[in-house]
Design a protein around this ligand. Structure first.
Ligand code: OOB
Length: 544
């Protein structure tokens, strides 16, 4: 095993403190997780190599245009590595990935690891505001995206390459229907061995502030979470995993997700989106056995009138998480779809809970499961950080072998997001019974729009840029399908020319660099905001 103290640091880690890993985990705690056998010294590149060596001629992945074995995927990864190295990517570089669900996504991410570089994950729906932030803050020097962009990604590509942009990214566009053609004339670079305790990638956190937070993970801690997920979910060789949520999301990557499939040699089938018309034909055609959905996608599937036309009997398990699943919807899953339900309550920062496979039906439909690791520490506390009695709702704090103890380069946010002894303040309000958690609310200033997390402050900042806007207040309002929708209350500026309409303001928000899922669903022009007793804007009143 590589000694983390002597491990050479990558450029991205160079600013880190000497006594802790990139995740903020102290070195002695890291040793403890090694002694427990949780951290095994594996790296993402080694995980991939083992799959190629063990199952070269088995199906590895299928997308709209291609189907590849593990050996063919390995060839694709080598070709991708050749193209990235030719563009200048090398050890320790941050590489922003903004790719649709496809085999090319897999080839790119493993090629980045092969080069000893650091994926900086973003979602296709992210806006140029987020990409700009990753470029400056990561920092990242490279950006890989699709050569077949939709309207939103066309705008992102335009913004980040504009002549007046303040960022300096080398842009690499991949045609996922026929990728890496230029590799034919390029040398294939050697694989770079990296220490397993090193920063492996940066993942995005659900927003609570105007600025996105980046989550550092090491190979050791993330691959432990993958193994624990595989065990909790019973994924195995011969299974077929449908990837319908965005590939780069933490849920899709590791719960047990794409990396779980690589660990056990399950086939990965990519869907463009999680809607029934896309998902149902793929389940039937490829005999899918497992899939992950957010609650709105599950509800769409339950309510889809044409479902009976498809044979979905190959599916054994559906994982549902990212937002609270209503008990009513949960109860319909097994009787109506014939699938086993596992609720997943996870967070990119770390802690993942699953309802156990052998749990009672009542636990499966009415709780969000149990921590997947025996070494996950959980505390439920009041607003003064005093533990509350079992059964009383309180703030969930957590610490453990795959939970970060700080965000990447964000000292101020870190001071309020973690306790002095390293517990992450999840912002979720839960009730605990033994080790079983039920999510009953949220204490963080965040909107959860069907699993997509939105910081009201980021939306407010975007609308405030409009010259006709005086003030903005953004809240989440209940929605039957999505759980919550985004509603913006806007006070217009007097005498600022023609007053913008709600439609014009939505268009402005869409073009402002916001993620596409953060554009307000509803905009109300108002004369004033309701105030609390002390004169602050009462978001509570605006939510009613
Ligand atoms: C997953 O990760 P994130 O980082 O996008 O969001 C985490 C937050 C949690 O703190 C909680 O507020 C909410 O999303 N959440 C749930 C939930 N799953 C996530 N709230 C209620 N019930 C659930 N089942 O969303 C994520 C990461 C890994 C696996 C699954 C989901």
């Amino acid at each position: 095993m590589t000694d983390s103290v002597t491990a050479p640091m990558t450029p991205l880690e160079a600013a880190a403190d000497p006594g802790v890993l990139a995740t903020g985990v102290p070195l002695d705690v890291a040793d403890h997780y090694r002694d427990l056998g949780a951290w095994t010294g594996d790296t993402h590149w080694q995980l991939f190599r083992r799959a190629v060596d063990q199952w070269p001629s088995d199906c590895a992945a299928i997308d709209r245009t291609r189907s590849v074995t593990w050996a063919e995927l390995d060839t694709g990864v080598s070709r991708a590595a050749a193209v990235l190295a030719d563009a200048g990517v090398s050890r320790g570089d941050g590489v922003i990935l903004q790719l649709p669900n496809s085999i090319a996504y897999l080839e790119t991410v493993f090629a980045v690891w092969r080069l000893g570089a650091i994926p900086v994950f973003s979602l296709p729906a992210h806006g140029s505001g987020e990409i700009r932030h990753f470029a400056a803050h990561g920092p990242a020097r490279f950006y890989v995206s699709t050569a077949r962009p939709n309207k939103h990604l066309t705008r992102v590509h335009r913004d980040i390459t504009a002549a007046d942009t303040d960022i300096d990214l080398t842009v690499i566009l991949v045609d996922e229907t026929a990728p890496w053609t230029e590799a034919a004339s390029l040398p294939v670079p050697d694989a770079v061995e990296v220490p397993p305790s090193e920063l492996a990638f940066l993942q995005l956190s659900g927003g609570t502030t105007g600025v996105p937070k980046q989550i550092p993970k090491t190979h050791d801690d993330y691959l432990y979470s993958v193994r624990a997920s595989v065990e909790a979910c019973g994924l195995g060789h011969g299974d077929v995993l449908l990837v319908a949520l965005p590939a780069a999301h933490n849920f899709t990557m590791s719960s047990p997700g794409i990396l779980g499939a690589v660990q056990v040699g399950a086939a990965i089938v990519f869907a463009a989106d999680p809607m029934p018309t896309e998902v149902l034909p793929l389940i039937a055609a490829h005999r899918v056995t497992h899939l992950a959905l957010v609650p709105p996608a599950l509800i769409s599937l339950l309510n889809f009138p044409g479902r009976g036309d498809y044979d979905i009997s190959s599916v054994t398990t559906v994982w549902v998480g990212g937002a609270k699943l209503s008990e009513a919807a949960a109860r319909r899953v097994t009787p109506e779809l014939g699938w086993r339900l596992q609720q997943v309550f996870g967070m990119a920062e770390g802690l993942v809970n699953y309802t156990p496979l052998d749990a009672s039906i009542e636990e499966i439909v009415s709780t969000q499961g149990r921590p997947m690791s025996p070494w996950d520490e959980i505390r439920v506390v009041d607003d003064d950080d005093v533990d509350v009695p079992a059964g009383t709702p309180g703030n969930l704090l957590t610490r453990g072998p795959y939970t970060i103890r700080r965000y990447h380069r964000a000292p101020e946010v870190n001071a309020r997001s973690f306790t002095p002894d390293g517990f992450y303040r999840t912002g979720d309000i839960v009730v605990v019974d033994g080790r079983t958690l039920t999510v009953v609310g949220r204490a963080k200033d965040q909107i959860n729009r069907g699993g997509e997390k939105i910081a009201p402050e980021a939306v407010e900042n975007a609308l405030l840029m409009h010259p006709g806007v005086h003030d903005v207040s953004v809240v989440g309002v209940p929605d039957e399908i999505l759980g919550e929708k985004i509603r913006a209350f806007v006070i217009l500026r007097d005498g600022a020319g023609a007053a913008p309409t709600p439609t014009a303001l939505r268009k402005f928000a869409r073009e402002s660099g916001l993620a596409s899922f953060a554009v307000p669903d509803i905009i109300d022009i108002v004369d004033e905001f309701p105030l609390t007793g002390v004169g602050k804007v009462s978001k509570k009143a605006q939510q009613q």
